[in-house]
Design a protein around this ligand. Structure first.
Ligand code: IPD
Ligand code: CA
Ligand code: CA
Length: 267
């Protein structure tokens, strides 16, 4: 991809800055407001963090477009390079002071995922990857390369999401979660799709599924996963686009076929 080393480091610096802003939030003045749908909230930190990122990233690559969650910022279609931004993935965790949320910045080039940056400021964990260059985790001044695990589904820890803003998916979600539980070591619901997917990249989780996600939930983490040797598709195994809503199945290689079989049997 066309990102230079210097630009990558500048993007990482912008994502760190956004993450530190969230971690230092004034907990008494989050400015929680209801968005559309059930239990779908936004805080003034979601909005402000997105503004910060659009401003700082726009200076690094002025010719890039944006697809961002809050206020429907979408200038993606007319650009070769697009930033896909989720300013806070896991706003519900953030509102509840549960330290498991992330700033997500994906970069698409000619419509294909090309780089991804996912930062959890509460653990100081910066997951990132550029297509063709491997996936990495920066933590407390050190850096290590990431690889998916080689666990089969029977030994797997499986993350999942509940599609919280569309509760008509609840029955199918929990049917699949039950079957996954019965066919794996255990299941987990941590509340951040982006962190769930990079946890598969890091070999912490072995598989993850959710029945509907938006581009900003998975664009950044999808590059990190594939660069770590994993695969991301819809829940039937079909290709996904970083510009469309879709179901997601993210796995290592060893658990994939069995995970697809379990989902099919429970759907
Ligand atoms: C949500 C989180 C959650 C997932 C939802 C997403 P948000 O993102 O990733 O884990 O279950 O589907 O919408 O709204 O906190 O940015
Ligand atoms: Ca999200
Ligand atoms: Ca969000």
């Amino acid at each position: 991809m066309t990102l230079t080393h210097e630009k990558i480091e500048k993007i990482i610096a912008a994502v760190y800055e956004a993450g530190h802003f969230i971690a230092g939030a004034d907990r008494g003045a989050l400015g929680v407001k209801s968005k559309t749908g059930v239990d779908n909230f936004v805080t003034k930190y979601d909005v402000k963090t997105q503004e910060m990122l659009v401003s700082s990233l726009g200076k690094i690559i002025p010719e890039a477009g944006f697809l961002a969650e809050e206020n429907g910022v979408d200038t993606a279609s007319s650009h070769k390079l697009t930033f896909i931004i989720d300013p806070i993935d896991a706003t519900t965790n953030f509102i509840h002071d549960l330290h498991h949320s992330a700033v997500c910045v994906g970069v698409a080039e000619d419509g294909m995922p090309a780089a991804g940056f996912v930062y959890n400021p509460f653990f100081d964990e910066m997951f990132y990857a550029v297509r063709g260059g491997g996936a990495y985790l920066r933590h407390e001044g050190g850096e290590r390369r990431l690889f998916v695990s080689d666990r089969a589904l029977s030994d797997a820890l499986v993350g999942f999401g509940t599609v919280p803003y569309d509760r008509k998916e609840a029955d199918r979600t929990f049917r699949i979660a039950k079957e996954m539980f019965l066919h794996s070591r255990e299941v987990r619901r941590f509340g951040s799709a982006a962190l769930d997917i990079v946890y598969v990249a890091a070999g912490r989780f072995d598989a993850f599924f959710e029945l509907c996600l938006s581009p900003w939930d998975f664009a950044a983490s999808s590059v990190i996963l594939t660069e770590a040797g994993g695969a991301i598709t819809d829940i039937s195994g079909g290709e996904i686009s970083v510009f469309d809503k879709t179901s997601v199945l993210a796995t290592n290689a060893a658990s994939r076929d069995e995970a697809l079989r379990v989902i099919k049997s429970a759907s």
